[in-house]
Design a protein around this ligand. Structure first.
Ligand SMILES: Cc1cc2nc3c(=O)[nH]c(=O)nc-3n(C[C@H](O)[C@H](O)[C@H](O)COP(=O)(O)OP(=O)(O)OC[C@H]3O[C@@H](n4cnc5c(N)ncnc54)[C@H](O)[C@@H]3O)c2cc1C
Ligand code: SF4
Length: 339
C-alpha cells in the first residue's frame, strides 16, 4: 500500500472543514473518506485507488448511526451498520425489502463493519478494474479503453451500459432504496442538500470514472424512506453463484400495492444486471391495473429487458433476470401481511 496522510476529525463540521481546506489548496488532491473501510482499504491494497489523504469518518457514528421510525418515515443514518439495520425489528416488519437486501449481502463480519453510506458507494467488481496490471479500463484510467468488452464479461451488465464501460453495479441495498423512492441527505463544504436516491448514481456514458452525482468533499449523512402502501409487501430476491457471501448475478427488489389480485402500484428495481441500480419503470407500468398472474408478470419482465444489450458471455442474464423478476413478483403477491 502507498503511504498516505491519515486524519480522524471529531465531528462533521471538522470533516467538512478539512475537506474544504484540502480542495482549496489543491482541487486535484486525491482525498478519500473512510467509513467501515471494507471497500476503500481493499482497493488501496490492490493499488486501484491511491488517495494521498484518508479522512476517517469513524467519529460520525456518534451523530449519524441511527435507525428511526418517525411517523410514516424511516430514517437511516449513513453510518449505521448493515448488520444493525438488517436486524432491526421495525425494518424487518415494515420494510422487509431493506432488511433482506442487507442480510443477503456480503458476510456477517463485513456487515458488522460496513456502513450504509459506504455500501451504496461501493465500486464495481469488474476484474479489469480491480487489477491495475490491465491497461484498458476507462473507469480506472479515463480514455484507456475497456478490457471487458472483448474479455471475460459473464458478470457484466446488460442494462445501462455504454461503449466505454459495461461494468455492473454490485450492491444490493441500493435496489431496495430505489424501489421505495428513498432520498439521500448530503452534507458538503458548500452546504447540505437532499436528492432522490435515483439521482445518486450516474450512467457510465463516456465518463464511467464519474460514478455518482456527489460533488468533491460531499458526505452522505442519511437515507429517508417514505412509507407507502407497498412497503410492507416487499422483498429482495437475489440469485448468485453460491448461496452465501457472494454478489448477485441477478436480483430484484419488488414492492406491491394490491387490491385483491389487481396491481394498484408496483415498484421494481434490478440488481446485478445493470451499470447502476436500475428502476424497471416499463415493467411497473405494464403491471399497473392488471391482475398479477404468471402471464402478466412474464409480460412485465419482457418490458423490463426490452432495451437489454448482451455481451459475448452474459446473454443468459436476460433470461435469468426475467425469471428472477417473475419469481419476485409472484412471491411478493403471495406474502401474508399481518394487520
Ligand atoms: C468479499 C466481499 C463480499 C461482498 N459482498 C457484497 C454483497 O454481496 N452485496 C453488497 O451489497 N456488498 C457486498 N460487499 C461490499 C460491502 O458491502 C461494502 O464494501 C461495504 O458496504 C462498504 O461500506 P464501508 O462502510 O466499509 O465503506 P468504505 O470502504 O469505508 O467506503 C466505500 C466508499 O464510500 C465512500 N464513503 C463511505 N461512506 C461515505 C459517506 N457517508 N459519504 C460519502 N462517501 C462515503 C468512501 O470514501 C469509499 O469511496 C462485499 C465486500 C467484500 C469485501
Ligand atoms: S467494464 Fe468498465 S470497469 Fe470493467 S474494464 Fe471496462 S471500463 Fe473498466
Amino acid at each position: 500500500m502507498r503511504p498516505f496522510h491519515y486524519s480522524r476529525p471529531a465531528s462533521m463540521a471538522e470533516a467538512l472543514l478539512e475537506m474544504r481546506d484540502v480542495l482549496a489548496t489543491d482541487a486535484q488532491s486525491s482525498a478519500a473518506f473512510l467509513a467501515g473501510g471494507t471497500t476503500l482499504l481493499d482497493l488501496m491494497k490492490l493499488d486501484v485507488v491511491r488517495p494521498e489523504r484518508v479522512i476517517d469518518l469513524g467519529a460520525m457514528r456518534e451523530e449519524f448511526d441511527f435507525i428511526r421510525l418517525e411517523g410514516s418515515t424511516l430514517r437511516l443514518g449513513a453510518f449505521a451498520t448493515m448488520a444493525a439495520v438488517a436486524a432491526h425489528p421495525d425494518v424487518v416488519r415494515l420494510y422487509p425489502v431493506i432488511a433482506q437486501s442487507l442480510s443477503l449481502a456480503a458476510s456477517a463480519q463485513l456487515r458488522n463493519m460496513a456502513s450504509l453510506g459506504g455500501n451504496v458507494l461501493q465500486r464495481t467488481r469488474c476484474a479489469y478494474f480491480r487489477d491495475p496490471s490491465w491497461d484498458a479500463c476507462n473507469k480506472r484510467v479515463p480514455g484507456s479503453g475497456c478490457a471487458a468488452v472483448d474479455g471475460a464479461n459473464r458478470m457484466h451488465a446488460v442494462l445501462g451500459t455504454s461503449d466505454h464501460c459495461i461494468a455492473t453495479y454490485p450492491g444490493d441495498f441500493a435496489q431496495a432504496l430505489l424501489a421505495l423512492d428513498a432520498s439521500v441527505a448530503i452534507a458538503g463544504p458548500r452546504g447540505s442538500r437532499t436528492i432522490p436516491f435515483a439521482a445518486l448514481h450516474r450512467l457510465p456514458g463516456d465518463t464511467p470514472d464519474r460514478e455518482t452525482s456527489l460533488a468533491a468533499g460531499e458526505i452522505i449523512t442519511e437515507f429517508v424512506v417514505p412509507a407507502a402502501e407497498w412497503t410492507r409487501r416487499s422483498l429482495y430476491l437475489k440469485i448468485r453463484d453460491r448461496q452465501s457471501y457472494e454478489f448477485a448475478v441477478a436480483s430484484v427488489a419488488v414492492a406491491l400495492d394490491l387490491d385483491g389480485a389487481t396491481v394498484r402500484q408496483a415498484r421494481i428495481a434490478l440488481g446485478g444486471l445493470a451499470s447502476v441500480p436500475w428502476r424497471a419503470h416499463a415493467a411497473e407500468e405494464a403491471l399497473r391495473g392488471s391482475d398479477l398472474t404468471e402471464e402478466t408478470a412474464r409480460a412485465a419482465a419482457g418490458e423490463a429487458f426490452a432495451g437489454a444489450v448482451p455481451q459475448s458471455h452474459n446473454a443468459f442474464k436476460i433470461a435469468l433476470g426475467q425469471s428472477t423478476l417473475v419469481r419476485g413478483l409472484m412471491h411478493a403477491a403471495s406474502m401474508e401481511i399481518p394487520g
